[in-house]
Design a protein around this ligand. Structure first.
Ligand code: HEM
Length: 488
């Protein structure tokens, strides 16, 4: 980012460029007297300071970001007409923000929580945002539950702290969370750094090729640094000693020229297979096992440049799952559908109506051209150009070509439950995950879960939570019951 000459030597000035005579003594009514309203240097400085903060993100408030490069390594034109994926070797600038979910802006990095993996591709057809996590699944499957879920992760309205009762009450009453909770309390629940974890698009997305054929796609980002995690004990020490551990690690690695990278892979399902697949492919609490849809490597993501200014480029960065490019679109996943609204709305509240004009958010490989104008922070970029369409003055024109392909729907509107496919239930994949773990991994999983469930004050809440794990695997439930009983 350009710093123009704001940091050059020379006289200190006000915001409007007038020289400042004293930045150490306020103007007073006599040597021992009170201060004067006419000291506008003092008043403007205090007023600006009071307005330094913008609202923190309602979730994922704590994070760190870096710019990088995506290099396509495979020909996927049979599946998508997205230009940035059109040829092996093609490179696209990116910005990636990592985050934790529940903690506030100043909270510690080394905690048990999913990590955000929000990636912006600055493509020549517009910015494509893939706003994922380091987990392939999520706790819930309908957007209408998201505020309830997050309220249980955040501070209780009365105690002002996160409460084990609220967390386990919600999870126990939401059996579809069992898979993600098993994942979170396993070893990968506390990554050693942002560099040593995988990323996932998590949702299913639509790809459409030049011929209009559509596919359902899941994204995977496999860390080239290897997976490394922290034990609960080591993380507790690190979180106390160095709350900024993950942010510092990322910045310092890039400063050293050790650029972290991820191998980018996709699972591709032909659209016609979705209706009969054994799991509902639009249910965010489920993965598609690799045996069903093997991962195909399509590119490499490298992070190679630190932002110059954390506030301007990380705090004000704005990612939206609704930012698609030609050849990529949404699936009917009910979580994704809710997210298509939520992020733009959050940006308008948090950063303002012109958030997408800021250097980190605007397109870098093309230009935004439309009739939107004015509003707080508008930068006057359009000068005197006409602000309506159609016009006879050479203004931008609509293309008539939707970015993604139409999806067939049928049946009456209604508050429908997510359809169950042949092998869908809330516990099958949680059980599979438990049985995949080594004996050591299971020991740590049980200890991590039991330590938290034991803090619940009501037996019915603890029992209901444990019952869900028992439905995933009888051994899982029995060991957890015993471990919690020992601690309570
Ligand atoms: C219906 C469910 C969800 C809703 C309503 C929701 C809403 C939000 C909102 C309002 C923000 C703050 C955005 C901002 O202020 O810029 C946010 C941030 C974020 N969410 Fe979600 N979210 C949902 C589910 C998910 C899921 C399933 C994932 C991952 C698969 C996810 C990943 C993220 C990430 C990574 C960020 C941080 C983006 C950044 O770094 O700026 N969210 N979410």
């Amino acid at each position: 980012m350009s710093t123009e000459n704001h940091t050059a030597a020379g006289p200190l000035t006000t915001e409007t460029g007038a020289p400042v005579s004293s930045n150490n003594q306020s103007e007073a009514a006599g040597p021992g007297g009170p201060l004067l309203v006419q000291d506008q240097v003092l008043l403007a400085k205090l007023a600006h300071f009071n307005r330094e903060r913008i609202p923190e993100r309602v979730v994922h408030a704590r994070g760190a970001g870096a710019y990088g490069t995506f290099t396509a390594t495979a020909d996927v034109t049979a599946y998508t007409r997205a230009a940035f994926l059109s040829a092996p070797g093609k490179q696209t600038e990116t910005f990636l923000r990592f985050s934790t979910v529940a903690g506030n802006l100043g909270s510690a990095d080394a905690v048990r929580d999913p990590r955000g993996f929000a990636l912006k591709f600055y493509t020549e057809e517009g910015n494509y945002d893939l706003v994922g996590n380091n987990t392939p699944v999520f706790f819930i499957r309908d957007a209408i539950k998201f505020p309830d879920f997050i309220h249980t992760q955040k501070r209780d309205p009365y105690t002002g702290s996160q409460e084990a009762d609220n967390v386990w009450d919600f999870w126990g009453l939401s059996p579809e969370s069992t898979h993600q909770v098993t994942w979170l309390f396993g070893d990968r629940g506390i990554p050693a750094s942002y560099r040593h974890m995988d990323g996932f698009g998590s949702h299913t997305y639509q790809w459409v090729n030049a011929a209009g054929e559509q596919f359902w796609v899941k994204y995977h980002f496999k860390t080239d640094q290897g997976i490394e995690n922290l034990t609960a004990e080591d993380a507790a020490v690190l979180a106390g000693q160095d709350p900024d551990s993950h942010q510092r690690d990322l910045r310092e690695a890039i400063e050293r020229g050790e650029y972290p990278s991820w191998t980018v892979q996709v699972q591709i399902m032909p659209a016609a297979e979705a209706a009969t697949y054994r799991f509902n492919p639009f249910d965010l609490t489920k993965v598609w096992p690799n045996a069903d849809y093997p991962r195909i490597t399509i590119g490499k993501l490298e992070l190679n440049r630190n932002p110059d200014n954390v506030f301007a480029e990380v705090e004000q960065s704005a990612f939206s799952p609704a930012n698609f490019v030609p050849g990529i679109g949404p699936s009917p996943d009910k979580m994704l559908q809710g997210r298509l609204f939520a992020y733009g709305d959050a940006h308008r509240y948090r950063v303002g109506i012109n958030a997408d004009q800021l250097p980190v958010n605007r397109p870098h490989a093309t230009t935004a051209r439309n009739g939107n104008r004015d509003g707080l922070g508008y930068d006057g970029r359009h000068a005197g150009a006409k602000n309506y369409e159609p016009n006879s003055f050479g203004g931008p024109a609509e293309t008539g070509r939707p970015l993604w392909a139409p999806v067939h729907v049928s049946g009456p509107t209604g508050e429908w439950e997510t359809p169950h496919h042949a092998e869908d239930d809330d516990f099958v994949q949680a059980g599979d995950l438990y049985r995949l773990m080594t004996a050591d991994e299971r020991d740590r999983l049980i200890a991590n879960l039991a330590g938290f469930i034991a803090k619940v004050t009501r037996d019915d809440i603890a029992d209901r939570a444990i019952a869900n794990f028992a439905k995933a695997d009888a051994d899982f439930g029995a060991r957890l019951t015993e471990a919690v009983a020992k601690l309570r």
